[in-house]
Ligand binder design. Sequence first.
Ligand code: GTP
Ligand code: SPV
Ligand code: MN
Length: 578
Amino acid sequence: MCRPGQIHWCDGSREEYDRLMAAMVQSGTAVPIARRPNSFLFRSDPSDVARIEARTYLSTIYPEDAGPTNNWIDPAELKKTMTRLYEGCMKGRTMYVIPFSMGPIGSPLAKIGVQISDSAYAVCNMHIMTRVGTRVLEALGTDGEFIPCLHSIGAPLEPGQHDVHWPCAPIEDKYISHFPEENLIWSYGSGYGGNALLGKKCLSLRIASSIARREGWLAEHMLILRLVSPEGRTYHIAGAFPSACGKTNLAMLRPTLPGWTAETIGDDICWMKIRPDGRLHAINPETGFFGVAPGTSRASNPVAAEMLKENAIFTNCALTDEGDVWWEEIDGPVPQHLTDWKAWDWSPDSDEPAAHPNARFTAHIRQCRSAIKDWEDPEGVPIDILLFGGRRSAAVPLVFEAFHWDHGVFLGASASSESTAAILDQVARVRRDPFAMKPFCGYNMGDYFRHWLEMGDRLGGKAPRIFYVNWFRKGSDGRWLWPGFGENCRVLKWMCDRVDGKVGAVETPLGLMPSEGDLDLSGLSIPPADLEELLRVDPDVWKAEYFDIEVFFDQFGSHLPNRLDAELKAFRDRLRRA
Ligand code: GTP
Ligand code: SPV
Ligand code: MN
């Protein structure tokens, strides 16, 4: 159907990576970064810079199975449209066959996929982000199960036709499609991030969440972190924040509190299962980080800054005259001249940022200084604390704790966030993004809420505690009220103390909040007025939020679990009393 010029079976070797990268340098697609060994810059087409939710589809026989938060097209119709697009789409290009494993090869928790792609950039990124190659084919054998993932950038090359540096299809021809009833992924027209690295959002979240529902586990858009107290007590934390809302940064946390240390397990995807000990265990199915570059500096995220010194791929960053990558808020003075992400001259007077706000780095987990040693451990880590949250400049306090599991599910289900550059098509300034899974849930979101409630029933007394956080509250002058980044450990410490029953809490309509003096702010100079604002719950503002949540929940109709409706009513009653 795709009619490629040639076919290449990926073996996953270093030699293969080097050869593909050298060819992309040769063709002008990749720019070697002189200041960082074995590192390369790619500049995408300006129309292809992020995930596109309006072109992302969940195709099930009945629209109700996709639910109101997904784009639905009938599978037969969608396949017909896409087959027409795929017809001859790889002409003049190489078809790469990429066998990959999400999770340690051979582990009972792992899932194998085979991506067909005509993008060498996708192959190199998959090498870093997943386990690719011959080892995976061997694990598959002749009768193993795998998830087929078809990907084309949608830009056939006729003989003699000049190629562009980032071929892709126009937006109206892009389709990022999922057929969860047959565990099938078809992606057409985009070469960027989650649209093209099909092991990530497509397989590990959309398809995996639908498998997880059938099999009784959870596939979540979460970071995973191990926090160790000065006494040596270990806490495992998994947190769901929407795209570009702080997962990578929290996963690489450098605690500022003396004696506390943190280790990185994952920064984007978390698969959790109840193990024989009755607890919820988590693995990170990925092997690398595809992280937001702007804002990353030695001050904000020293672990990432060090991780990117070599062997990294950069996409849509700017280039300095000395041959280094650059982005907004990187360390050092702003250069007087740069080549921006569109390869144009840039100076500090330019109106636009030099790096695209969704510019990204790709780096392997073994380069991450804070990564846990046993990142290949198939058993995963037992989760103590679950976090939900988002980016809200007003209304939402720094931290609060759920009264119990069902209330925690309500907090996840009603989570909200402001828009970021990680999505090309912005819909609203603030939107409900339940469990940070609005763009990634592979079935009806109402049924997903029910699945979470049922997981709580199965976990009983061994369920993790649930908290909600917002690092992004601003003052009336537009300043961040909370210093964030490494200082977030202070909030996590309060949670650990809650788990251990060491500190109390104040009851508010939202949940349980730290009492005065319970947040460890030693060595931090934060104005008392800022702290008060950070923890303030304004009942009038929350009455408006309540109505917004009610409207949001209404769209799920009979799929909304009664227990969630009960939580909504209980919330209303608490607000009335406030
Ligand atoms: P995806 O990879 O899109 O899923 O994003 P992510 O959730 O991993 O977000 P990431 O950690 O890359 O952060 C996105 C942006 O938020 C970056 O510009 C960070 O600098 C900024 N950020 C992260 N943590 C904090 C924080 O605690 N406070 C503030 N003010 N900004 C933060
Ligand atoms: C996100 O948007 O949540 C990401 C980046 O992690 S992408 O891989 O493009 O989905
Ligand atoms: Mn993400």
